[in-house]
Design a protein around this ligand. Structure first.
Ligand code: KG4
Ligand code: ZN
Length: 369
């Protein structure tokens, strides 16, 4: 089955074409990895194209995403990205269209949905509406999941992106229970806001990660003198709060820069290191607590912040140390940040919901999992 996926939920115009299907279970294939479907075999996704047209340069001027500008860019980019995706897929005949209908920026979501409807009309194809959060989780199915046991469920999924920080108890694909989320800013938003305070541009996550790594590699004794809070780390629930962390950075920077003093390079590096570590500490602590309390078989990460190398590494170390029998899955970094391959993976698992009655499909900027 060939599925075309579209995602325009934020500032990236994403289209992907994937050949997907079940491979019969066999010893050789099991060794290679792949998601194990007990009754049928191994789900295999052959990625024919995965195009992401980024608007980062445009939004960098504003220090964040500007929705009306993003909408206009999607409008301009969609047909170009579509042609490129089809060309790379060598004109394979499509069977199905999956499109993100939420959550996200409403004007942007509509661009993708209307494009999908036009295509469905022209090619006489059904559409599957896709939840962006679920897609971030199911991005894990794109890379072969290498597991001895292939036992994944129940799992705790941590979705950390620019718009969301959620802990989701998952009993199977399609069976989700939100157990905690941020009460204010998302983790990615915190990276972006701290970067803005430090004058590092947008998106903040990769910039902070890069400079924090310099702090570690260049300072002999990387013991931070700047101390930032770990908000809500020890509360008994599974919620998060990151706006206080951003404010703490703002106040500390103000203190250090009175009388028009500039931050030194060393201080900037230290802020990046400490802010990143504060976010990592809270995310890991709460996720592991949920994993222990719900006695899950695995922990799964997804979303743009899951591309952070330190987060990936420290999660692995903590899981090995504290709950070594728990599997740990993260998508390739290119499938952590927004992409349409994850929309295809989600469409594949929801193919029974494909509809030719797509005229009724609407977007929902606040769609819940
Ligand atoms: O999932 P995503 O691409 O879009 C949303 O659905 O929001 O996530 C974007 C967020 C941004 O806030 C960006 O700063 C953050 O992910 N991000 C990172 C890294 N790469 C992207 N945060 C920390 N470290 C990274 N390497
Ligand atoms: Zn996203």
């Amino acid at each position: 089955m060939i599925i075309l996926g579209i995602d325009t939920s934020c500032d990236d115009t994403c289209i992907s074409v994937i050949k997907s299907g079940i491979r019969k279970e066999g010893a050789r294939r099991r060794r290679e990895g792949g998601e194990y479907d007990a009754s049928r075999g191994v789900v295999k996704f052959e990625i024919l194209s995965n195009i992401v047209s980024s608007q980062v340069k445009l939004h960098a001027k504003y220090g964040g995403v500007y929705p009306s500008l993003a909408k206009r860019e999607h409008q301009k980019n969609l047909s170009v990205v579509f042609k490129k995706a089809l060309r790379q897929a060598q004109g394979k005949q499509l069977d199905l269209i999956g499109v993100t209908t939420g959550p996200g920026l409403e004007p942007c979501l509509w661009q993708g949905v209307n494009f999908a409807k036009d295509l469905a009309r022209k090619l006489n194809l059904p559409i599957i509406p896709v939840n962006h959060i679920e897609a971030h989780i199911l991005a894990n199915w794109l890379s072969p999941i290498r597991s001895k046991s292939k036992i994944i469920f129940p799992t705790i999924c941590l979705v950390v992106s620019g718009g969301h920080t959620q802990l989701i108890l998952t009993r199977n694909i399609g069976q989700y229970k939100l157990i905690g989320e941020t009460r204010d800013d998302a983790a990615g938003e915190c990276f972006d806001k701290v970067a803005r305070i430090l004058g590092l541009g947008y998106p903040g996550g990769p910039a902070i990660a890069r400079i924090a790594a310099q702090w570690k590699s260049e300072i002999r004794n990387p013991k931070s003198e700047i101390k930032l809070p770990r908000p809500m780390m020890y509360t008994k629930d599974y919620d998060f709060s990151f706006s206080g962390l951003k404010t703490a950075v703002l106040y500390s920077v103000r203190q250090l820069t009175v009388n028009s003093k500039q931050l030194t390079i060393k201080q900037k590096r230290e802020f990046c290191h400490e802010a990143q570590q504060a976010i990592i500490d809270v995310l890991i602590h709460k996720t592991l607590r949920a994993a222990k309390n719900y006695r899950v078989k695995s922990i799964i990460l997804g979303g743009g912040v899951a591309a952070n190398d330190e987060l990936r590494k420290q999660f692995k170390e903590k899981i090995q140390k504290e709950i070594p029998n728990t599997e740990y899955y993260i998508p390739d970094t290119k499938y952590c940040t927004d992409n349409a391959a994850m929309v295809v993976a989600t469409s594949y698992f929801h193919q029974k919901e494909a509809t030719k009655n797509w005229q009724k499909i609407k977007v929902d900027a606040n769609l819940k999992i």
